[in-house]
Structure formats: C-alpha cells, structure tokens
Design a binder for this molecule. Structure first.
Ligand code: ZN
Ligand code: ZN
Length: 414
C-alpha cells in the first residue's frame, strides 16, 4: 500500500450556530469559501462530536481527543498543560499549576488578584521565585506567562494532585486560602498541600521587597508580591503520538496551551514567523510552515486560533473574514498536497458568535485526499456536513479514520 501523509487543519472554534445578523446562516455558511467548497465536492463531509455528543469542551480536551487520547481518561486539569504552554519542560508525574501574580496586604488579604494587571518584567520576578530552588526536597520551577499569569511545576517524590483548589480566594478582600488534602489520610496529598502553602508563603517573602515591586509602589501601582497557584494537576502518562501510530509528527499551532500539549505528545513544534494567535496572523507563513513540516514528517497538526477569538468577541464579520482567509490558505496548499496527503479540515469545537463561548454542538469536518470516497457535498459548512457521507461520530476516532486512509494503520486482528 502506498503510504500517504496526513494534515489535520483545525480552525479553532470555527463551528457556529445560526447568526440572526447573517439571516440565520452560520459564519461558515455566510463566508465565501470557494476552496473549501471545492475540497468538499472532491472529498466528503461529516459531523464530529469532538469528545461526546453535546459535551462542551475546551481546546485542550478537544485536541487530546482529536489526537486519539480520550480526555475523559487522560485529562488531569489545566495546570500541567498551562505549564507546558509557557514552555516549561513537563515530566510525567510533575504537578502543574496555573498561577497569578497578585497583590496582598501584610495580613495576606488579596487586594488585587491581578497585581495591577502587571505586564512588564514579570520574568525578573520569576527569576527571584526560582531562586527558592526546592522546598522539602521538592523542586520548584516557575515561569511567567502573559500579563499577570504564570505556571508552576512541583517535581519530586511523593506528590499528589488530590488537594483543594482554594489558595485563590477568587475575590478580592478575602485572605489567601490554605491548601489542604482532599482526603486527610492521604499522605502524599498532605505533603503536597504543605509544600504548596510553603511555596505561597515564600513567594510573598521573596517578592514583597523585590526592587521591581518597590518601583511599582513608588509609581502608585499595586505590587506583584505573591504567587497564587490554582488548578493543580498531575502530568498525565500519555504515550507519545509517534509511538502510538509509528508516525513522525509535527505541529504548527498558535496557542501556547496546544503547543505545550503537542510537545508533551512528542510532536516537533514548527513556529511560523508572523503567526500571532490573533485575527491579524500571517496565514501565508503558516501555510509555508505546514508544507515544510509535511516534507519532513508523516503527520502535521495545524491550529489557527483566529475563529475562536472572533467567536468569543461575538464578532460575526471578523469570524467570516478569518474563515475566508483560512479558505484562501487552503486554496494555496491543496495543489501541493495532491495525490500524496490526506487532509482533514475541522473545528475543535464551536465558539458561536451568539454565545461568546464554546458550546457542545457537533463540528463539521472534511476529508480530502487519495482514497476518500466522494459524497454529494458541494460546500463546506455545518448544514452541508449534516448530510455528508461520513455521518457523525466521536472525534476520538478521527485519527484512526486518517491513519486508515494514509495506509499506515496496523491491522486489528489477523
Ligand atoms: Zn479551541
Ligand atoms: Zn475558546
């Protein structure tokens, strides 16, 4: 059998619900997408429930599923993914947290959960935090992220993520909470909670007189004088993608969270110059990077973030426009893929402009390439996909549908 390559192209949050301002059409229906429509006519469409019918998913759980890892078994919370996303090297068994730089008074009352929306020089604060080194033999690894955000890793023996998520009071005017084990008899959880509380206390000691915070106070700004971790999760034991499928894999993705996930699953991360993760991203550059990655890898995952941003903003015209730009990108790459690559184009979930957040609606997907049995589809959108020949199934199976068409799948049975 001739082996083909695979390209999974995801318009993040691209699926939609009917939009009153678009005369009841979805953004995909309203958009002018001649290239995707042609691919639909040459290929076949279907609907995917990314994880399960009606289940609202995040981008992280959606991508796990689309890559063949059932998030209902493997997802351990956002903390470890967040840590991967900011570029920390996460190892199996690490405990990861999302963090905020915040402001507390000397009674440990949180007066500003976002430390005056600090934007600059948090790397200096992170450097100071990393000087803590270790607590009770547990390695402390911290990295700043955008604005007031950061991520923390605890690495060592005898740790657990079975701890309360109450250090962050989530409201200003309340004291920093004390982390506790979920089960008071759980030795590892008791130990981890103690380390977390000690970390929070030490972060205040380290940061309260940091030169940057003195400057901030002098300038009338809230100091970033404490780190507040939340969303603890143990880094899951996931077999690398190349080991599961015997394929070399690369990803071209714009969001830290998904990039981190890709790296954790053993994908080579290819960065496209000019990709911003926003509506002004350089899709020509992304297309070039995808094509280059396909030269050297069997399987490439590409995620374009823009549609999700437009969906969260409730901005239908912007969503239509980024979809049209994705269509032009597809038009540019299709001729390069011809006769050697199986392409799927889909959304990881719907982010309807009418709901401003993810919904559990099924997403349309397109299969195009050698071996794909053409159905009657003539256009690429939700309504066309509901009548497509590929039917409707869980996103968990998509990777098998692809590896089957790529002729690279091991036989199940004799
Ligand atoms: Zn998403
Ligand atoms: Zn989103």
């Amino acid at each position: 059998m001739t082996r083909y390559k695979g390209l999974m192209l995801i318009g993040d949050g691209m699926a939609d619900r009917p939009v009153p301002d678009l005369a009841g059409k979805t953004c995909l229906e309203a958009a002018n997408t001649p290239n995707l429509d042609r691919a639909a006519a040459e290929g076949a469409l279907g609907l995917l429930d990314t994880v399960a019918p009606g289940l609202r998913v995040g981008s992280d759980t959606a991508h796990l599923s689309l890559l063949g890892y059932d998030p209902r078994e493997t997802y351990t919370g956002r903390g470890p993914l967040e840590a991967m996303g900011v570029g920390l090297e996460v190892k199996r068994g690490d405990i990861g947290f999302r963090c905020n730089f915040a402001t507390v008074d000397d009674k440990m009352i949180v007066t500003d959960r976002r430390a005056g929306r600090i934007r600059e020089r948090t790397n200096e604060l992170a450097h100071a935090i990393n000087q803590i080194g270790s607590l009770e033999g547990v390695q402390i690894i911290f990295r700043e992220s955008t604005e007031h955000r950061g991520a923390l890793i605890l690495r060592g023996e005898g740790l657990s993520d079975k701890i309360t998520d109450n250090v962050d009071p989530h409201e200003e005017g309340h004291p920093v909470g004390q982390c506790a084990p979920l089960d008071p008899n759980d030795k590892a959880a008791n130990f981890t909670a103690r380390v977390v509380n000690e970390f929070v206390r030490r972060s205040y000691q380290v940061l309260k007189d940091h030169p940057l915070n003195r400057e901030r106070i002098g300038a009338g700004e809230n100091p970033a004088n404490i780190i507040i971790p939340r969303g603890a999760g143990v880094a899951p034991h996931l077999k690398p993608f190349h080991e599961v499928h015997g394929l070399s894999a690369a990803c071209v993705v714009e969001v830290g969270l998904i990039r981190g996930l890709g790296r954790y699953l053993g994908f080579d991360v290819a960065d496209a110059p000019g990709s911003t993760g926003s509506l002004d991203t350089d899709l020509d550059s992304i297309a070039r990077t995808v094509l280059a990655a396909l030269e050297t890898h069997d399987f490439v995952l590409c995620n374009v973030k823009g549609p999700d941003i437009a969906g969260h903003n409730g901005d239908a015209p912007a969503k239509v426009k980024i979809i049209e730009r994705i269509d032009a990108m597809v038009g540019g790459i299709l001729p390069q893929l011809l006769d050697r690559t199986v392409l799927t184009v889909l959304a990881d979930h719907a982010t309807p402009v009418v709901t401003l957040d993810h919904t559990g609606d099924p997403v349309p997907f397109l299969l195009w390439g050698p071996g794909v049995l053409t159905d009657c589809s003539q256009a690429y959108h939700e309504r066309a996909a509901s009548g497509g020949g590929l039917g409707r199934f869980s996103g968990l199976h998509l990777v098998h549908v692809m590896t089957n068409l790529m002729n690279v799948q091991e036989k199940f049975g004799a």
